[in-house]
Design a binder for this molecule. Structure first.
Ligand code: ADP
Ligand code: UDP
Length: 241
C-alpha cells in the first residue's frame, strides 16, 4: 500500500489517499495542540505511541463487537484505515469528573460517577466545538436518529471494554473522546484514534496523570508520561499472551 495525494492535514495527523479508493493511510505527527489550537507544541515520540496504542486498542475492540476503521499498521507512525465519512460529532464518555465537566458544573476533579455520562460536541473548529444533545445533532442534519442510537450503543460498549482493559494495566480510564464514521454502504464504524491525546488516563496507584493534560496544564514530564502509559499497556499485553 502506497501513499498518494495528501487528502487532509490536521492538528495531530496527516491523512493520505491510496491506490485503493476505500482505504486511507493515516500518519501520526508529534505536533500537539490544546484549547482549540491556541496552545501549540510538540511531544517527542507521541506520533509513534498514539499510532501503536490506537491500533492495539482498536483491534481488541473489534474482537469485542465494535467495528473499527483499523486495517494494517505499516510502520511506527503509519496505518492503513478504512475511509469513512466522519460524523461531525465528538462523543465524550466520562467515568470520573475532570476537565470541562468540572469547570462547567463547578465540581472538583476525581468524583467517580455511579453511571458513565455521554455528551456530544459539534466538530467545528470555527465555532469552538460547541456542546449539543442528540436532538440538536439530528436537527442540524449531522446524523440520523438511527445513527445516533448506534453511536451511543458503541460508545458505551467502548467504555465498558476499555475501562476494564485499562484497569488490568493499572490505569484508570477517566474520560475519552471518540469519533465515528460511515462506510460507503452506510455502516457506522469507530474511526480516528484512541490515545493519551484523546483519553484521560491516571495511574491507578499514584493517580498521576499519564495523558495530554500534562501538556495542556504545563505539568512537565509529558514524553515520559506517554511512554509510561504505553509501557503499562504493552506489559499487560505480554502477560496476556
Ligand atoms: P483535527 O482534524 O481535529 O485537526 P487530526 O489531526 O487527528 O484532527 O486529523 C485527522 C482527521 O482525519 C480528523 O479530522 C478525523 O476526523 C479524520 N479521520 C479519522 N479517521 C478517518 C477515517 N477512517 N476516514 C476519514 N477521515 C478520518
Ligand atoms: N477531548 C479530545 N478532543 C477534544 C476535546 C476533548 O480528545 O477536542 C478529550 C480529552 O482528552 C478528554 C475528554 O475528551 O479525555 C474530555 O475532555 P473535556 O471535555 O474535559 O475537555 P478539555 O478539558 O480537554 O477542554
Amino acid at each position: 500500500m502506497e501513499k498518494r495525494k495528501l487528502m487532509y492535514e490536521g492538528k495531530a495527523k496527516k491523512v493520505f489517499e491510496t491506490d485503493n479508493l476505500e482505504l486511507l493511510i493515516v500518519s501520526y505527527k508529534d505536533d500537539a495542540t490544546a484549547f482549540n489550537g491556541l496552545k501549540k507544541g510538540s511531544i517527542s515520540g507521541k506520533g509513534i505511541i498514539n499510532n501503536k496504542m490506537s491500533n492495539l486498542l482498536m483491534q481488541r475492540l473489534e474482537k469485542n463487537g465494535v467495528p473499527t476503521h483499523f486495517v494494517e499498521e505499516i510502520n511506527d507512525r503509519e496505518t492503513v484505515v478504512k475511509k469513512v465519512t466522519i460524523l461531525p460529532l465528538e462523543i465524550i464518555i466520562r467515568n470520573i469528573s475532570a476537565g470541562s465537566f468540572s469547570k462547567r458544573y463547578g465540581v472538583e476533579e476525581g468524583i467517580t460517577f455511579e453511571t458513565p455520562t455521554i455528551e456530544f460536541s459539534y466538530k467545528n473548529d470555527e465555532l469552538g466545538d460547541p456542546l449539543l444533545n442528540s436532538y440538536h445533532a439530528i436537527a442540524l442534519g449531522l446524523c440520523s436518529k438511527e445513527e445516533i442510537k448506534i453511536v451511543k450503543k458503541y460508545a458505551f460498549a467502548v467504555n465498558k471494554y476499555l475501562k476494564a482493559f485499562w484497569a488490568s494495566c493499572g490505569v484508570i480510564l477517566v474520560d475519552f473522546k471518540i469519533e465515528f464514521g460511515k462506510l460507503s454502504d452506510g455502516t457506522i464504524i469507530l474511526a480516528d484514534e484512541i490515545s493519551p491525546d484523546t483519553c484521560r488516563l491516571w495511574d491507578s496507584k499514584t493517580k498521576e496523570k499519564l495523558d495530554k493534560d500534562r501538556f495542556r496544564r504545563d505539568l512537565g514530564g509529558t514524553e515520559e508520561a506517554y511512554a509510561e502509559v504505553m509501557k503499562k499497556l504493552c506489559g499487560h499485553i505480554r502477560e496476556d499472551i
